[in-house]
Ligand binder design. Structure first.
Ligand SMILES: [Zn+2]
Length: 265
């Protein structure tokens, strides 16, 4: 059993309503020493803060508005979500990041302008609160990089979650030296280029592990509901890719998490 951290699991979602306790028990058994829960909207932000209080020191949460949830009323949603940030003082807060936030033009560009504004506002929250960013980006890296560049000097750092890009895209994101790439189940998919891209241009101190549960289950569980315990498959794949043991990957990614999120776990 190798201790690892799942930095991105939506286990507050209804997919886990029936057996969340068992999922968390399996995660512990598999070696997960902490799980980070990204929010997607106001409801999940509230739910996550509550859930984290039930598992102190094990579940850590985020609040934020996911780009796919940005609609015409996004300003109202952001106001309410921001109110959740304020009462939490650093030493009692289960809040570990702002997220997940970003840009997603894959499904729709209908709210492109709103997405840009919502993202920039939440980037400013990160600057104000010193909480790192959990960033989602799909088909929008140019626009995303443009905004991060504006705040790069003041931002505490963060994760480009679910990285699936090529060498050039990886290098472009790694120019932000307090940021890392979140690597999950996609790295195990047959057609993925990550096993070549990562060791070529991404040093081991620039990645963290994630599942994106319930999505992106790794091979051989692809298509099933993903859960934090399955990180083991990603660890194995990354160990092969980098030519080290799974223990080395786990230890280094744990250190990366502590550095980026400013926590000791
Ligand atoms: Zn996510």
């Amino acid at each position: 059993m190798i201790p690892f951290i799942d930095t991105h699991a939506h286990i507050d979602g209804e997919e886990f309503a029936e057996d969340r306790e068992a999922v968390i028990a399996r995660a512990k058994e598999a070696g997960a020493k902490a799980i980070f829960l990204p929010a997607i909207d106001l409801t999940s932000s509230e739910r996550i803060l509550q859930l984290c209080q039930q598992y102190p020191g094990y579940l850590y949460g985020m609040v934020g508005l996911h780009p796919e949830e940005v609609k015409a009323d996004y300003q109202e949603a952001l106001e309410k979500i921001k109110a959740l940030l304020l009462p939490l003082t650093a030493d009692v807060s289960p809040l570990i990041a702002i997220g997940e936030v970003g840009l997603d033009y894959y499904w729709s560009r209908e709210f492109k302008q709103e997405q840009l504004e919502a993202f920039e506002t939440q980037v400013q929250w990160s600057v104000e609160t010193h909480l790192p960013l959990m960033i989602h980006c799909r088909k929008a890296q140019n626009e995303l990089v443009h905004i991060i560049k504006k705040y790069a000097k003041e931002l505490p750092g963060g994760v480009f979650h679910c990285f699936t890009g090529n060498e050039k895209e990886a290098e472009e994101l790694l120019q932000f030296d307090r940021f890392v790439l979140g690597i999950g189940g996609v790295s195990t998919f047959k057609k993925s280029h990550l096993p070549e891209v990562l060791p070529a241009v991404v040093p081991l101190d620039r990645i963290v592990l994630e599942t994106d549960s319930p999505y992106m289950a790794p091979v051989p569980l692809r298509g099933q509901r993903n859960e934090p315990a399955y990180v083991a498959h990603v660890l194995k794949k990354l160990a092969e890719a980098y030519g080290v043991t799974p223990e080395v990957i786990a230890e280094q990614t744990n250190r990366n998490v502590e550095r980026v999120f400013g926590v000791k776990l």
